[in-house]
Ligand binder design. Structure first.
Ligand SMILES: [Zn+2]
Length: 713
């Protein structure tokens, strides 16, 4: 009998398959099928089909119920990637398949079907004599068409249905497909400088190899990407451009689209399921050879990839933050190997891991040390302590206020980065001095003025009610701390003639909100743009000549092995937004830690010195890139259960080459107590093998495994 092994979305199964009869069905690897699992109808993914004797099974096999797809939804390469991810991230394969495929194709019981367009098609048999003049015209016009939408048919002849009744046309359905948009303006091609030309020629396109393009902000990395892409497209191969969170870098899409015209595929998180599916099909059918997208675009079904570019490769968004917690870098390496094509990682401040690999010769280092306009912004570090002592405001020092004033006079624009949203960031009971906390998390509440609510920034908790004290009366609350809302209000008050925009998570919840705010800023509808770190990335607006970074110290204070690196990146990236045009730019960093090396090296644009010093600390503490980390978090609503789970895991864990840190309780989130173990070792393969072996033996609920975590917060 013919049988098939299928994967089903059930965590208890992990990577085990179930077997079904498929004698009466046309089914093959990569199809989705409906099956019955313990009385429930579920969608499954076919792993293999083969002949087997029914005696080989100890139980009676059930037949599959029906087949969903007539072709494989995944190719061999992407299936292998899913298998790799499953092992590497300790996640069931079915979950990885769901990540690799767009929602509409996911082997998932609640997956929705692709949208269909209804239309008609000529089937012949028209007897001219029986037709009216209009009907004859209709037949004449549309008989060569493979597909005429109902809308078009109706517009030409409202009585078109009579031709279906006569059996001359039939009604058909086909998948809705992407409508190409017209792009009129072209993004001009710049000729390369001598330095750029040298870098351009260093890349070889006929083998799998990784290049790290370390170029200061404004050094012309994008132009190089575009010219490499142009070269690859001429060879009739495809190009994949990855950017961090796309809404923050609409320019990249704009530039690529304008350079290469309307064929560019776009793939990012704010597309809806149908839009993603249409883009996916375009790549699969070879209708587009160039895709610009975020993390998940790494799974596009290219058949002939010639180049992968990862811009701003240091950005945390390249690591997925829920399961499977995969690193885009790893997948990009696999695809580069499979397609024998180069992978180019670009950044002004590469991840220490990437730069270390380049120094060791695993990657080829390409450098662009100069800005195209040859001037770096003037950087001024202002001591907030000093300012407070002089009785200025600690929020905005005199230096920063004067600098803003002069920009406003000259009709130039200003960016202010404050990495805290909300209005007041700390609230206390005036009597007891107790901080108001989220009831579900060990996190303090923030006050948001525009909707007059108290919010937790970790979970969805919010309330308009002031908490009550033991006397059942509303507490007298005093607030402190400045978030972006309060900064905006302060600026509007201080500079009544200036228009102040704000970009943070609260103003960007709606689709395309990022783009609207940035376009308004680019068109100078705002003089000042206030925002969290999201405005520090990738913006290129020539009229911005001042960038102010407020309160950089909070980031430095985080007890995470990467927080110094992140602070360095934030300053470097934010200062890169200033003075990109003809005018001289200025950057003002307000800090209590004027002499901190991350701040000093960032303002002087000394990546290499920063790298050297930070690597010494990493070496001392044996943090990446000197070791590998795996973070395992156990969570449960019950505190002692949480701890017990971690103990159970550790019971199976005994390898003297792997250091175990913890278990230790970390912040409670969303009502769940959490305990974390960190594994540290030099051999990632061995660490993974041990984790799998322990994980296989225990109850898997409430466990989150993060291999090579970007943060331990
Ligand atoms: Zn909360």
């Amino acid at each position: 009998m013919r049988v098939c092994d299928v994967y089903i979305e059930e965590t208890f199964l992990q990577n085990q398959t179930l077997t079904y009869l498929c004698q009466d069905f046309d089914v093959a690897f990569g199809n989705r099928v409906w099956v019955n699992v313990r009385g429930r109808r579920m969608m499954a993914f076919v792993k293999s089909v083969y002949e087997a004797s029914l005696d080989a099974f100890e139980f009676e096999l059930q037949p599959i119920l029906s087949v969903v797809d007539d072709t494989a939804i995944i190719n061999q390469e992407l299936f292998e990637i899913a298998e790799f991810m499953s092992y590497q991230t300790v996640t069931p394969l079915i979950r990885c398949l769901q990540t690799v495929l767009p929602n509409k194709l996911r082997p998932q019981t609640n997956a929705t079907k692709p949208k269909m367009t209804r239309g008609i098609q000529y089937i012949g048999g028209a007897d001219e004599d029986t037709l009216t003049k209009k009907q004859r015209e209709f037949v004449e016009r549309y008989k060569e068409y493979e597909f005429v939408t109902l809308k078009e048919a109706r517009a030409f002849y409202s009585g078109y249905r009579s031709l279906i009744d006569k059996g001359i046309f039939k009604e058909v359905e086909k998948e809705a497909s992407y409508q190409e948009a017209d792009i009129e303006e072209a993004y001009p091609r710049h000729s390369l400088t001598q330095v750029q030309r040298k870098v351009f020629e260093s890349v070889s396109f006929d083998s799998a190899h990784t290049y790290l393009l370390h170029g200061v902000t404004g050094s012309g990395k994008t132009e190089l990407y575009l010219q490499w892409a142009e070269y690859v497209l001429k060879q009739n191969k495809s190009v994949l451009f990855l950017v961090p969170e796309i809404s923050l870098t609409p320019q990249m899409i704009e530039r690529v689209s304008k350079r290469f015209g309307k064929d560019v595929g776009i793939y990012h998180s704010s597309l809806n399921d149908q839009e993603k599916y249409e883009q996916y099909l375009r790549v699969k059918k070879g209708e587009t050879q160039i895709v610009v997208g975020t993390r998940s675009a790494i799974f596009m079904p290219f058949s002939n990839l010639g180049l992968i570019v990862m811009d701003e490769e240091h950005d945390h968004s390249y690591k997925q933050s829920n399961m499977p917690m995969y690193a885009t870098h790893d997948i990009a390496h696999l695809r580069s190997e499979y397609h024998h094509c180069p992978l180019i990682l670009g950044s002004a401040s590469p991840r220490l891991e990437s730069y270390a690999r380049a120094l060791r010769g695993n990657y080829t280092l390409l450098e662009l040390p100069q800005r195209i306009n040859e001037t770096f912004p003037k950087v001024n570090v202002v001591d907030t302590k000093e300012a407070l002592y002089q009785q200025e405001s600690g929020l905005m020092t005199h230096d920063l206020l004067t600098a803003i004033e002069s920009r406003l006079k000259r009709r130039e624009q200003v960016i202010l980065v404050l990495n805290r949203r909300g209005y007041m960031t700390l609230l206390k009971d005036a009597v007891t001095q107790e901080v108001l906390m989220c009831p579900n998390c060990d996190i303090s509440l923030n006050y948001h003025k525009h909707d007059n609510t108290l919010k937790c920034h970790q979970c969805d908790y919010q309330t308009k009610e002031i908490p009550r004290g033991s006397d059942n009366q509303p507490l007298k609350v005093v607030g402190s701390g400045v978030g972006t809302q309060r900064l905006q209000e302060y600026l509007e008050h201080r500079f009544p003639n200036a228009k102040v925009g704000r970009m943070d998570r609260d103003t960007t919840t709606r689709k395309n909100a990022h783009e609207k705010i940035l376009t308004a800023f680019r068109n100078h509808e705002y003089d000042i743009l206030v925002g969290t770190q999201m405005i520090a990335k990738g913006l290129d607006i020539p009229n911005v000549t001042l960038v102010g970074i407020l309160n950089i110290d909070t980031a430095l204070g985080h007890e995470d092995f990467r927080s110094v690196e992140d602070t360095f990146n934030l300053i470097l990236q934010a200062s890169g937004r200033s003075g990109r045009g003809e005018k001289q730019g200025e950057v003002i960093v307000q800090t209590f830690n004027v002499n901190h090396y991350a701040i000093q090296y960032a303002v002087h644009n000394q990546y290499k010195s920063f790298f050297k010093q930070e690597m010494q600390y990493r070496k001392l503490a044996q943090y990446p890139p000197y070791s590998y980390l795996i973070s395992i978090v156990f969570s449960d609503e019950n505190e002692s259960n949480t701890y017990r789970k971690s103990q159970e895991f550790l019971k199976y864990f005994n390898d003297e080459n792997i250091k175990v840190l913890g278990p230790s309780f970390i912040l409670r989130l969303r009502g769940f107590h959490r305990v974390r173990i960190i594994l540290k070792g030099k051999n990632l393969d061995e660490m993974l093998r041990q984790v799998h072996s322990a994980y296989d033996k225990i109850d898997k609920g409430g466990i989150r495994i993060d291999v090579n975590p970007m943060t331990l917060m």
